[in-house]
Every structure is written in structure tokens, then in C-alpha cells.
Design a protein around this ligand. Structure first.
Ligand SMILES: [Zn+2]
Length: 480
């Protein structure tokens, strides 16, 4: 069954002074109850508008008194219900200028990612620029442009009074780095400097004094927990001046970690592409693995695959630990990956232990997507053009044409003809003397298994033999 992303109840309540939370768990909606009517910040999902309206009534607010609808950004989970609420109340709609196309034409609204459809396009009444103010009654909201999550993301700052006390409230209007991955920026044709803009926005907001920290999503500021505290009598539960700067810093760190993971992923692909050989090691006892791998390394191998045991005799955890030990030992020298990956859990295990790439005998889109989500290189198996094209579409970095030996170089050449954009590697019974033919047919690399001769040599600890064999494979792969 498809997940309904808009579902998830939060008991609504007063945050502080005239500020209320009336949203849902997946999308925050805040209301400011001014002398001249209500300001609704982010009405949320259209599917959840009924719940938001009920929440408003539950805390004693009349939705029909809405005069201002203020959007933090144009994504569907924040602005999807704008049109319906405006038609109901006649309120004026304010949005950051950079998100106009998003709400007017439905461009990059994050709606596909949320698994739903977007029909409710609208034109805002007022487009906001950096430094603009939105005022109603005595409430004066400073809007600062903080692009990155979207081009038009705004952050809001305003004073809130409760009895004798006045505090400064602040909300960053879009801190998700889901739209800042290299893939998303490229695919959605976002400006190349979105990440820099995001970071500079975070830096800039550090100079804002924020005592009342509002979340753009409930997990930003633990909205639900704090509302419970308020309900139990702690009226200052949301007054947490110590949280603002660390929150902004945590978002800087998150983007830094993403960029690091992407750089590592690109490096893995580059290493496989340049060295052209993935050495496959299957069923070697852990104590023999390091000396064996060292011999392979000396022979020129830079990518080594340890296979999971499809028979289930060796537990996945044991293989993953071996991968982890090798990855640690060879950090900076050789990339270690996992082979015979047929379950998503094996992708997770491999990533957890520092493996850098995932090789599968088959083409499983779920595994490819998971692999890319963990920033590992993806090498699924395929035999037909249909499978190869599907693997490429799902994000595979290389497609392993497997088993190649049964069909030979002419087959590779024929498959590759209409699919020259796909990097094929030849795997399955690849023999030294055939490698030149595969290269001529367009192979970009090879997966090479350990032969019976190698196994014997390993048994006899004749690592010089393994080293020499690897050297010959490497030379053949480079067309020498
Ligand atoms: Zn968003």
C-alpha cells in the first residue's frame, strides 16, 4: 500500500503568546493570532487541510479570520493547501520570489518524491524579497531570503509577547538537504551555486537573536515534545535561545557530510573506471584474506569484491566484517566492495562496514536505488538490453554483462551498439586470452574471479603466484 505522507497527528496547542502550532507531524503549520486577524505560516498538505482547520478550531482560532498566508517555500508539503485556504478565507498569499514557478507552474514541487499529484497551482498576491516585512496588527515579520533548499526559501523573525515578556521568534524556512544532492541539482537544473547559497544563508542567520525557535518541520525543534510540556504547565518550553546556533551548525554539518559522501562515491567510480579490474574473492577464510589481498594489491589490483554467500552457510554479518577489516586495512590504497548482493539488508551492512561498491548477479532496482542512497558505486548484473537499460535508468554506474563467457565478445558488441552510453563490464568466466576481444567489443572493465589454480596457490600461501597473475590481468585490461 502506498504511504500517505501527509498523515501524522500532533496535538495542537499554544506555543507562546499569540503563536500556535496547528500542523501535522509531516508538515508544520503555525498561526499568529493578531489584533487584525490570523497569519497562517505554511498551511501544509492539501490532503491535511481538514485536520489543520480542525486543529485551529480546537485551540480556539476561527480559520475564517485568516488574513495572511505566508509560505516558507513553495514545496507541496508546505504550500499545497494555499489555494484552498485562500479561496475559503480571501486571505492574501505571500511567497519568496524565487519559488514563483514552483507554485504557479508546478515546477519541482517535491510532489513526485512525496508520491502524490499536484493540481493546486496558484499565483501569490505578494512576492517577497530579502528584507521585506509582512505586518498584520502589531505583528511585524522580517523575511530574510535563505535560498538553498529552494530558490525562494524565506526565514522569518518576529517579536512575540506573552504577558510581561517579549521574545524574538525565528524560523529557518527550509533546511532539508534533500534538494542539495549533486544528482538533484543536475537533474532538476538547479543553479550550480545552491549549496554555497544555503551555507551562506545559514551563516547569516547566526547573527539573528532567536529565543523562540520555531520548526519548519516538527523534528527541527521537537515541537511535539515541547507542546506537551506547555500543556503540562511549562509555558516557556519553546523559549530555548541555546538551540538556535547549534541547529544552524547541524545543518552545515549535514551538507558537509553529504558532499564528502558524494566525493567518496565519485572516487570509487573513478578507481573502478581507471583500473578496469574488479577482483572477485569468494569463500576465503578471514586470516588468509589480508595476505591474499596484499598480493593482489602488489599485482596492481585497486578494486576488490568480497561476495556474500548465497547458500547462507556463511552469515552476512561475517562477510560484512571481513569487508570492514579489508576496507580499514586498505583505506586510501584499494576500494573494497561486496558481491552477490541480492538483499537490501546486505547493501546496508556493506555501507555500515565501509564497503565502497555493490555488485549483484541480477538487476534489482530496489538494490540499485539503495546502493546510490548510501553513496556506493553500483554494478548490477544484466544480460539483455532491457535489463541493462533499466539498470542504467535506476542509477547503476556500471552494468555487469553476466555471464559473458557463454555469449562472448560478439554478444557484448551487439548489446552495446544501441546502448553505448552504458559502461559495460564483462563478468563470468573471463579468461586472460579473451580480454582483448572484450575490450575491442567495448568492455569498460572486467570482474575476474579466483581460479582453481589461484585457490591452490592461496592454500600453499604462494602469494607470488597470485601477484603475478593479477599483474597479467591488469596489463590485459589496459590493453597491453
Ligand atoms: Zn521543502
Amino acid at each position: 500500500m502506498k504511504k500517505n505522507f501527509w498523515e501524522g497527528h500532533v496535538t495542537p496547542g499554544r506555543i507562546f503568546g499569540n503563536v500556535y502550532f496547528v500542523g501535522t507531524r509531516p508538515a508544520s503549520t503555525h498561526v499568529i493570532d493578531t489584533e487584525e486577524g490570523l497569519i497562517v505560516i505554511d498551511p501544509g498538505y492539501p490532503e491535511a487541510l481538514g485536520e489543520v482547520l480542525a486543529n485551529m478550531r480546537a485551540v480556539g482560532l476561527d480559520p475564517m479570520k485568516t488574513r495572511v498566508i505566508l509560505c516558507s517555500h513553495g514545496h507541496y508539503d508546505h504550500a499545497g493547501a494555499v489555494l484552498a485556504l485562500r479561496e475559503m478565507t480571501g486571505a492574501k498569499v505571500y511567497l519568496g520570489r524565487g519559488d514563483l514557478d514552483m507554485v504557479e507552474k508546478g515546477v519541482n514541487t517535491w510532489v513526485e518524491e512525496l508520491g502524490t499529484e499536484y493540481h493546486e497551482h496558484f499565483t501569490p498576491d505578494v512576492l517577497l524579497d530579502d528584507g521585506d516585512h509582512v505586518t498584520l496588527g502589531k505583528t511585524d515579520i522580517l523575511c530574510l531570503s535563505t535560498p538553498g533548499h529552494t530558490a525562494g526559501t524565506l526565514s522569518f523573525f518576529f517579536d512575540v509577547t506573552d504577558g510581561e515578556r517579549t521574545v524574538r521568534a525565528g524560523m529557518h524556512g527550509g533546511v532539508g538537504i534533500n534538494t542539495l544532492s549533486e544528482g538533484y541539482i543536475k537533474e532538476k537544473r538547479q543553479p550550480a551555486d545552491m549549496r554555497e547559497k544555503f551555507l551562506s544563508g545559514l551563516g547569516r542567520l547566526k547573527s539573528e537573536r532567536v529565543e523562540l525557535f520555531l520548526g519548519n518541520h516538527v523534528h527541527n525543534n521537537n515541537t511535539a515534545v515541547k507542546l506537551e510540556k506547555v500543556a503540562k504547565g511549562d509555558k516557556n518550553a519553546f523559549i530555548t535561545p541555546e538551540e538556535w546556533i547549534p541547529f544552524l551548525e547541524s545543518r552545515e554539518k549535514a551538507l558537509g557530510a553529504l558532499m564528502e559522501a558524494e566525493a567518496r562515491e565519485a572516487e570509487t567510480v573513478r578507481i573502478i573506471e581507471q583500473s578496469k579490474v574488479v577482483m572477485i574473492v569468494r569463500g576465503v577464510a578471514l586470516d588468509a584474506l589480508i595476505p591474499l589481498a596484499e598480493a593482489m594489491y602488489r599485482g596492481g589490483i585497486r578494486a576488490m569484491e568480497c561476495t556474500y554467500d548465497a547458500t547462507g552457510k556463511v552469515p552476512d554479518e561475517a562477510i560484512a566484517e571481513a569487508i570492514g577489516a579489508l576496507a580499514k586495512h586498505f583505506e586510501g590504497r584499494m576500494v573494497i566492495g561486496a558481491g552477490t548482493v541480492i538483499r537490501e539488508s546486505q547493501v546496508e551492512l556493506t555501507a555500515k562496514h565501509g564497503g565502497r561498491f555493490i555488485v549483484s548477479p541480477d538487476m534489482n532496482e530496489a538494490i540499485i536505488r539503495k546502493t546510490k542512497a548510501y553513496h556506493l558505486a553500483s554494478l548490477p548484473g544484466a544480460l539483455t538490453p532491457t535489463e541493462a537499460a533499466a539498470a542504467h535508468r535506476a542509477g547503476a554506474d556500471f552494468v555487469k554483462l553476466f555471464p559473458i563467457s557463454t555469449l562472448g565478445a560478439p554478444y557484448l558488441k551487439a548489446v552495446r551498439a544501441p546502448l553505448s552510453h552504458i559502461r559495460f563490464i564483462a563478468v563470468g568466466g573471463v579468461r586472460l586470452e579473451k580480454m582483448a576481444d572484450y575490450l575491442a567489443a567495448g568492455a569498460k572493465g572486467f570482474g575476474i574471479g579466483v581460479t582453481d589454480e589461484d585457490k591452490q596457490a592461496i592454500k600453499e600461501k604462494n602469494f607470488a603466484f597470485v601477484e603475478e597473475r593479477c599483474r597479467r590481468y591488469m596489463q590485459a585490461a589496459q590493453g597491453k
